[in-house]
Design a binder for this molecule. Structure first.
Ligand code: FAD
Ligand code: 2HG
Ligand code: ZN
Length: 481
């Protein structure tokens, strides 16, 4: 288990659960959705990486905004800490309790409320699983503006609360652009209806943005309105090899210029990442013939005209090959081949879990400098760890993963604060897309100045939250003491 939890102390001013609390929750939710079963609690207490574990004694599964409102109002009055939970796929220890917080899981709130085929605007409950929304939209001829490896479990409410990025951001932009509205419940039980379904609305502050990416620290997202793009018929995927990082970078610049509006993903992985998936995931093959390649790039294009897309992509690849930017490459011939290419990239987090301990960093960095960090880290750690690099190169987002047989504080001391200082020195972000969670609660100052942080803290105090997330550890502890 990560050492982050040991750095914080439970604030004794929070209450502990008693039998009256349980009776109250049963009155609101019914017996079935007030869960004290140990096996189910173990799942809710443990994160996806099995790195962070809380000790909650209660899991609540509300079915409506009104039920959430009642739960929060009650918890607020009793000073019971809570943690909102979606699909529990978060990678920073934010989706599980730190101590004994009540877990409020949204999975029963999984209905599509409406879909407007003219505007492409989907309105749904926060507990809808991303992949289910994708399947639903497929029947309507639309797609979700985001896609990520955790799609089979993560929920749209979790995506919005973490401002998840993923594989399509290079094309469709972040959720700050695509989410048109949210409904949220504040800690005191008040429901804020900001569920607009308008592209344009300049009537004062756009407060929904506060909730996009705030990781449950300001309220619980209960409904989401999101703009979805039409499904286009011509999707192509190329799996390419590059001899060095400079070529990957140049390839990106060329891809943006030459593929233009049809570019829909630009992902990279290095050779250690490739070895990792090949060695640890069943049935995964390198799409390219065995050879010594140091870098791999996936380029996806999405357009409305197959002949036009193919022509553009093939001309681009031919040119890139001629000028030596790519050393080998293959185009997926059908959907199954495309899925097998994606499996290499999307399977990396799972493969890392199989090896042992993993120190995970999710960084935004200037693209020219991004791989320097990987090399410096390798020099620092020598043979004591494997430094594996992949990510959303098109967005300047590096996933730096350091894999060791077990967690070791000496290795951690070699990595941190070096990794954060390096990122800060290059004016990067210590969390590109995964959030702060418990892991990086105390590291926010590497990416935010103190006066910016104080404004955020004041806003949080104004919303009077009792949600015991990372934020709470800093803010609430001070306020109650
Ligand atoms: P959870 O993990 O349950 O919660 C995440 C945070 O949001 C917690 O702080 C929680 O308290 C809060 N929260 C959850 N639901 C709500 C709600 N309704 N209201 C308020 N707060 C809430 N992330 C990316 O950005 N890009 C990727 O490409 C990507 N790929 C991934 C691939 C894999 C294999 C895995 C395991 C994870 C990946 N992630 C990625 C991280 C993760 O999946 C995303 O952060 C996802 O958006 C989390 O959604 P969730 O429903 O699982 O939320
Ligand atoms: C991805 O892009 C996810 O695959 C997970 O954001 C990154 O495992 C990671 O470090
Ligand atoms: Zn990612």
């Amino acid at each position: 288990f990560g050492s982050a939890a040991s750095k914080v102390q439970r604030n004794p001013l929070f209450s502990t659960l008693n039998s009256d609390d349980i009776s109250y929750f049963k009155g609101v939710l019914g017996e079935k959705n007030v869960i004290q079963d140990e096996d189910k609690l173990m799942i809710a207490n443990t994160d996806w990486m099995r790195k962070y574990r809380g000790s909650s004694k209660l899991l609540l599964q509300p079915r409506s905004t009104e039920e959430i409102s009642q739960i929060l109002r009650y918890c607020n009055s009793r000073c019971l800490a809570v943690v909102p939970q979606g699909g529990n796929t978060g990678l920073v220890g934010g989706s599980v309790p730190v101590f004994d917080e009540v877990v409020i899981n949204l999975s029963l709130m999984n209905n599509v409320i409406s879909f407007d085929k003219v505007s492409g605007i989907l309105v749904c409950e926060a507990g809808c699983i991303l992949e289910n929304l994708m399947t639903y939209l497929d029947t309507q001829g639309f797609i979700m503006p985001l896609d990520l490896g955790a799609k089979g479990s993560c929920q749209i409410g979790g995506n919005v609360s973490t401002n998840a990025g993923g594989l399509r951001l290079v094309r469709y932009g972040s959720l700050h652009g695509n989410v048109l509205g949210v409904e949220v419940v504040l800690a005191n039980g008040d429901v804020l209806d900001m569920l607009g379904a308008l592209r344009k609305d300049n009537t004062g502050y756009d407060l929904k943005h506060l909730f996009i990416g705030s990781e449950g620290s300001l309220g619980i997202v209960t409904k989401v309105s999101i703009l979805t793009p039409p499904q286009l018929s011509a999707v192509n995927l190329a799996f390419l090899a590059c001899k060095d990082y400079y070529s990957c970078q140049k390839l990106l610049v060329e891809a943006k210029r030459k593929l233009g509006e049809i570019l829909s993903a630009f992902e990279f992985l290095d050779n250690l990442a490739m070895d990792l998936v090949l060695n640890h995931l069943e049935g995964v093959r390198n799409p390219l013939p065995p050879s010594m390649h140091d870098f791999y790039v996936l380029i996806e294009t999405t357009g409305s005209d197959e002949a036009h897309s193919k022509e553009k992509l093939e001309a681009f690849l031919l040119h890139a090959m001629e000028v030596g930017l790519i050393s080998d490459g293959v185009l997926a011939q059908d959907i199954n081949q495309a899925l097998s290419f994606w499996r290499v990239r999307e399977g990396l987090s799972e493969a890392l879990l199989k090896v042992g301990a993993c120190y995970k960093y999710d960084l935004s960095l200037p693209i020219e400098k991004l791989y320097n960090l990987v090399q410096e880290m390798r020099e620092r750690l020598g043979a004591s760890a494997k430094v594996i690099a992949y990510g959303h190169l098109g967005d300047g987002n590096l996933h730096l993963n350091i894999s060791t047989p077990q967690y070791d504080d000496k290795i951690l001391a070699q990595i941190e604060p070096f990794v954060y200082e390096w990122t800060s020195m290059h004016r990067g972000s210590i969390s590109a897309e995964h959030g702060l969670g418990l892991m990086k609660a105390n590291e926010i100052f590497y990416s935010k100045s103190t006066n910016v942080f104080s404004i955020a803290r004041e806003m949080q105090n104004n919303l009077d939250t009792d949600l015991c997330t990372y934020w709470n550890m800093e803010v609430r502890a001070k306020r109650l003491s």
